[in-house]
Design a protein around this ligand. Structure first.
Ligand SMILES: Cc1cc2nc3c(=O)[nH]c(=O)nc-3n(C[C@H](O)[C@H](O)[C@H](O)COP(=O)(O)O)c2cc1C
Length: 224
């Protein structure tokens, strides 16, 4: 493990402060858009999927599947179903991954209502292992799901959930000016606004809008 993972990184410190004791890796993971096109060693990549493998899931179904693009031809095919706002930066990432969820339980064919929840957990594990391996990750909801299904032959029993870009942090000068300006770790609303004791509480008057300005929903129309 590289030692900086034990401390909040310099580039992160001025943007993120924990309110409670937490491992620095959670603050250090953020979603840059400046990818270096250099290829990622096979073993480093398998390591991030190994981390995802050990995520918990309902009935141990492991509903996640990871469809990977590394060759130029495959990355071109994957890029085609990304929304333009994502293509502009994701084109430089050496690895693109479509996370696909199996929608039914394998043991009885019943719908699995938590398939995407479990995929989200697997992606979280993957992202933290990637950081540990010196890599950056960036999740994307901004893509055409039908086009992805068709291009990648995803069966009806599975749904494309999200696209991931994986690589090394690169030079943001390669990005358009507007994207460069977003190349900073985002903040968060206070934990106390997400945690409700005893039942659902009405939202407080002032939500921490300033802390959520850097979300994809406000940046551009990326979700279906
Ligand atoms: C499932 C998911 C979908 C996302 N979709 C997009 C996207 O389409 N485009 C984009 O630029 N960022 C996208 N993001 C990145 C989020 O905007 C980012 O995670 C959020 O603002 C928090 O910032 P951080 O990851 O740097 O901590 C996505 C993140 C997740 C987890």
């Amino acid at each position: 493990m590289t030692s900086e993972l034990y401390n909040v990184a310099e580039e992160v410190k001025s943007h993120r402060q924990a309110e409670h004791d937490v491992q620095p890796i959670f603050l250090n993971r953020w979603s840059p858009r400046a990818f270096s096109p250099e290829p990622i060693a096979e073993e480093l990549l398998w390591s991030v999927f190994e981390a995802a493998r050990w995520a918990p899931s309902s009935n141990n179904e492991q509903p996640w599947r990871f469809l990977v693009a590394r060759s130029e031809a495959d990355r071109k095919r994957f890029l085609e179903f990304l929304f333009p706002g994502n293509q502009v930066w994701a084109q430089h990432a050496p690895v693109l991954v479509v996370v696909v969820a199996k929608k039914t339980f394998s043991h009885n064919g019943n719908p699995n209502p938590v398939a995407t929840f479990d995929c989200g957990c697997a992606w979280g594990y993957l992202a933290l292992q990637a950081l540990h391996n010196g890599l950056i990750t960036h999740g994307m909801a901004g893509f055409d799901r039908d086009a992805a299904r068709a291009a990648l032959n995803v069966p009806q029993d599975y749904d494309p959930v999200a696209v991931l870009a994986i690589g090394r942090h690169g030079d943001k000068a390669l990005l358009p000016e507007a994207v460069q300006q977003r190349e900073v770790p985002s903040g968060r609303r206070p934990a106390a606004e997400s945690v409700m004791e005893g039942g659902f509480q009405p939202p407080a008057e002032a939500s921490a809008e300033a802390d959520t300005q850097n979300t994809e929903s406000q940046q551009e129309k990326q979700s279906p």
